[in-house]
Structure formats: structure tokens, C-alpha cells
Design a protein. Sequence first.
Length: 273
Amino acid sequence: MAQSNNSIKKILTVAFALCIVCSIIVSTAAVALRSKQQFNQELDRKTNILEVAQLYESGMDVNETFESEITPRVVDLRSGEYTDEFDPSTYEGFQARRDPAASRTLSGEKDIAGLTRQENYSTVYLVGDPDDPEQIILPIRGQGLWGLMRGFLSVEGDGNTIVGITYYEHAETPGLGGEVNNPRWQAQWEGKEIFDEEGELAPAIALVKGGASGETEVDALSGATLTSNGVTNMLQFWLSPEGFGDYLARFREGIDRAEAQDANVELESSGGA
């Protein structure tokens, strides 16, 4: 006797077969589109780097401009020195943080950015001559109100003056913390300084309520105190010796040495002792 089309066995058989077919279709599509997804992710990363360096123009060939203007280098965060141990075009510090052998645990006051783990090496992006860069672009990340925020900070070759900031990944509330992507707010960062005259190691840059007045202050996001605190904390972490602080110090020291040499030359040419 033939089974009814409404029998439990037939319904389960059809449902199971349908699940198998759908799984095969989804898996095939994922594999087929993987290279396209990776290409788009890489293009988006390069676009964000060019944007924070103020080099991006609509309609430009992003890959061509990136190759001609940007030089990636891998930095050992523990020493502030470059390393040739990794290929900077493929190394991904964000993924390396998961490897206990390539990262370290953060806790307490050492983890003001809320990262839990930090990679030992990170990639920076140099604009112009890599031996004397016009800008240094640093990857930054930290906890906002609703989750991890990831972005880039561009600093002039003096290791102190900010060119721009951008966020390419966050879950902040639109109209509040989500204003980190507002061009008007981002425009405030240009020309601000990371360190004040009194501090050589501890970064002074911070978001402040009620209107920024100093060279190391930026207006906090209106109605988004926790996001603003998150931005301040991530910057003070990544710009301290725990992050890129030792690396940036090399550029500031180079500027100081050059100014001292120029002063000595001027003094000698004027007949001073």
C-alpha cells in the first residue's frame, strides 16, 4: 500500500533531502565566492588606509595608488623595531593575537582598551619614502559601548602630529557612538598632538566634554560617553609603550637630533662657542 503524501516518514525524507541540497548549494557558493570576498576585504582595507592618509579620491585605482604611495612594515611592539621575520603584505596581527606563542595576555591596568590579548607584532603603513615617511599609519582597536572598534590612525613623520582617524568596523549606536564615522568629527583630529610638552612616554591625546581647547584634546561624541571613553582608552593604549609608543619615539628622537644638529651648525656659523 502506497504511503500518503502527508505521512510523517515522507515529510521527514523530503525535509532531509531539501536540507542536504541547500547545504550543498550554500557550501559551493561560499567556496566559489571566497576569493572574491578576500579581494573585496583587501580592497576595503587599502581604501581605509588611503582615506586616513587623505590620499583617497573617488574613482581612483586603489591598488595602484596603494602600491605607489604606501609601504607596509612589520613592527615588534616589544622593542619598537622593524622585523623581517614576517611578510608585511600577508601578516595579520589581529589573527596572530589568538596564538599564545605570538601574543600576550593583558589584564587590569595594562588592558585599558579591553583587548584581553595583544599580538607581539603589528603592521604599520608608511606614506612616501619609507626611510623618511611623510605619514605613519597605525592600526588601532579597542572596546566601545557595544563591541570591538577597529580603525586606523595616521600620524605625521614627526611621530606626534595627527593627520586623521577612521573606523572601518564597530557596532556603536547610529547617531551617537556611530558618529565616529562622521567626517565633521573626524576633521577635528587633523593637527592634534599625541604628546604634550611634559610627557615623552604617556600619550595625552583624549576626548573631552564641553569643547576641546588644547592641542591634545578632541571634542567628545555628544550623548556617547562610553564610546568616547573607549576611543580615548584605545588611543592611550596603542600610543603608549604597550603599543606603538616605543616605535613612535624613534621618530621624535630623530626630529630632536636633527634640530639639535641644526642649532649647533647655526651656532658655529655665527662664531659662538
